[in-house]
Design a protein around this ligand. Structure first.
Ligand SMILES: [Zn+2]
Length: 418
């Protein structure tokens, strides 16, 4: 390797300085050991925020339009999960909000333009507990996305069910109830809330300079078993009519997840919440919803693993259709990922090309039970995908999740888009 080229497998540990780091800085504006350089116009940044408590992704689009996908806050037992990241002195949603605020301010913006919720589970929107404090107006409790909004204003919301929240059954559990109270309060304050329009490439649009980036597109791929056909903005329903099913066979909340594809020139990115592929041992083939969604999305450069890599998700159809060069895993539980899922991702039967896997966190017990975890490129830290202007190349930065320094501890790339 020479000093002017960083191979896609190069890792710059937190040493700072040196020819390799200097060369990487020339490509990306960031030095290993120093803070991640701020977003600059034309760049697409995708931050997979590591809290050990759920999913949260901050996206800064080429014109500065910002989007957050999910803002989880689970309070599951530490017996099964990693400890809160960076620590328990703040709630997960507060850490996520503060992360978003400092990165958006660096980009010259003070608001989140879109919040997109994939589905109504606590590790994606926030759980409430007996200790959750009320909001300022006592309309709802602070957790997850409601904590984020208290730190950074959010202009628009998109979820899978607004305004009826009745598919496949009325969504009235306490956590979704808290989210619905929050949404009602946001509507009262003049914020926009919409149900996802599956198939649309216009519902999520650049807000600042759309004409400067005509090749940046966010496509709504799926929600509630409705999947884009690949033609114009048409979609089709893949779940049976609810009335034809026994309640035990209704689509699960995970199966109803909303999925998106972001494209910037030749760069494509997939995120699909907790979509699953399990079929009740073949009895309900329609329950493999992630395969048709991945088939209409793929192939892509970067994919978030469905449902944290748990068995019955991120399955063979998903891997074969997306064939990403980079997988990102939101992990915090001892089942993230499961052995069979990781084995399929690492193997060459479904995906013959090279691929790198990055996880936001890893439970120590998982490393012992699942030896292939050692072959991941990174097991802990915020995973930042930074796509160069035009979308032809990208880097992956791992930044420190122990504090709010955003110190780069490893760097991978440049990767070239197919
Ligand atoms: Zn989840």
């Amino acid at each position: 390797m020479n000093s002017t080229h960083i191979s896609r497998r190069t890792v710059l540990q937190s040493v700072g300085g040196g020819a390799l780091a200097a060369s990487a800085a020339a490509h990306t504006g960031s030095l290993a050991g120093g803070p991640l350089a701020p977003w600059t116009p034309g760049t697409l940044d995708i931050h997979h925020i590591s809290t050990g408590r759920g999913n949260a992704t901050l996206i800064v689009c080429p014109d500065g339009t910002s989007m957050m996908v999910d803002a989880g806050a689970t309070y599951a037992s530490l017996e099964y999960t990693v400890a809160p990241i960076p620590d328990g002195s703040r709630r997960p949603g507060e850490w996520i909000g503060r992360y978003a605020k400092r990165h958006l301010q660096a980009a010259g913006h003070g608001e989140i333009d879109y919040f997109v919720l994939t589905h109504f589970h606590g590790d994606h929107m926030g759980e409430t507990t007996a200790g959750s404090p009320p909001s300022k107006d006592h309309d709802y409790l602070l957790t997850g996305v409601t904590d984020v909004e208290a730190v950074v204003p959010i202009r628009r919301y998109i979820d899978r069910c607004y305004p009826t929240y009745d598919y496949p059954i009325p969504q009235n559990d306490p956590w979704t109830g808290n989210y619905r109270k929050f949404i009602a309060s946001q509507v009262k304050r003049g914020r926009s809330v919409e149900r996802v329009r599956v198939g649309s490439a216009r519902q999520i649009a650049l807000q600042h300079k759309p004409r400067s980036y005509p090749d940046f597109v966010v496509r709504n791929l799926a929600a509630n078993g409705e999947v884009w056909t690949g033609v114009n903005e048409e979609s089709r329903h893949l779940f049976p009519e609810i009335a034809s099913l026994k309640p035990a066979d209704y689509p699960s909340e995970n199966m109803c997840s909303l999925a998106l594809r972001l494209s910037y020139g030749p760069f494509d990115y997939f995120t699909g919440g907790d979509l699953t592929c399990g079929t009740q041992y073949g009895e309900a083939p329609w329950q493999d919803i992630e395969t048709p969604v991945a088939q209409i999305a793929g192939p892509v450069e970067v994919a978030v693993m469905d449902h944290h890599g748990v068995t019955g998700a991120s399955g063979p159809g998903f891997i074969r259709a997306l064939r990403p060069r980079v997988f990102v895993l939101f992990a915090w539980d001892s089942a993230h990922p499961c052995m069979d899922t990781l084995n399929a991702m690492m193997g060459t039967r479904l995906n013959t090309g090279p691929r790198d896997i990055f996880s936001t966190a890893m439970k120590q017990e998982t490393r012992i039970a699942n030896r292939q975890v050692a072959d991941m490129k990174s097991q802990n830290g915020h995973v930042v995908v930074r796509v160069a202007p035009g979308g032809k190349t990208y880097h992956v930065f791992i930044t420190d999740n122990a504090d709010e320094s955003d110190r780069v501890i490893a760097q991978f790339g440049p990767y070239t888009c197919a």
